[in-house]
Design a protein around this ligand. Sequence first.
Ligand SMILES: [Zn+2]
Ligand SMILES: [Zn+2]
Length: 193
Amino acid sequence: MLRFAIFGIENDSVNTAVNVLLLVLIVVWFALIFWTFADARRRIDDPMLVACATAASLFPFVGTIVYLIVRPPEFVDDVRLRELEMTAAEARLAQLDYQLCPHCDYEIKADYLRCPSCMRKLKERCYSCSKPIDPAWRICPFCEAETNAPTPSTTRRRRRQTTDQATVATEAPPELAEAAETGTGETSRRRRR
Ligand SMILES: [Zn+2]
Ligand SMILES: [Zn+2]
């Protein structure tokens, strides 16, 4: 059996037990120093602070307990991963102009003129600035040039009202006809002045 004479105790079974206990405590102490070093390296980016934490753990047990209290709550890798995820999410937000082709669900960008997968027409080209514009838009949002897109029904009705008062008066509901009449009355009054 191994005998430890560091404390000058020999040939006594009780003292041997004490020596074994001391050996266990020393092994645990060394293990805690190593654990503190390994844990600090995963949680702290600065090698100087890692060295400080390891040096603190050289104080048996108390150093490691103090380190446990003051150590950073997160692993450096987790912080990096979270930052990566944040940047990825930001990039995803920036790519919100990505849409799906209405015909084949292929991923397309907002300024594609034709779907690269099914080759169907997605956007028209503005005749003035040649930027891709939606066929439903009545005006190019980039250069303000008017497009030949069909106008919504409300404006069509208003246009007819101004051009052809008589037909509107017969076709439109009473309130509209009244409005048209008062409109003509006002304009005629203005003309009289
Ligand atoms: Zn398509
Ligand atoms: Zn344009």
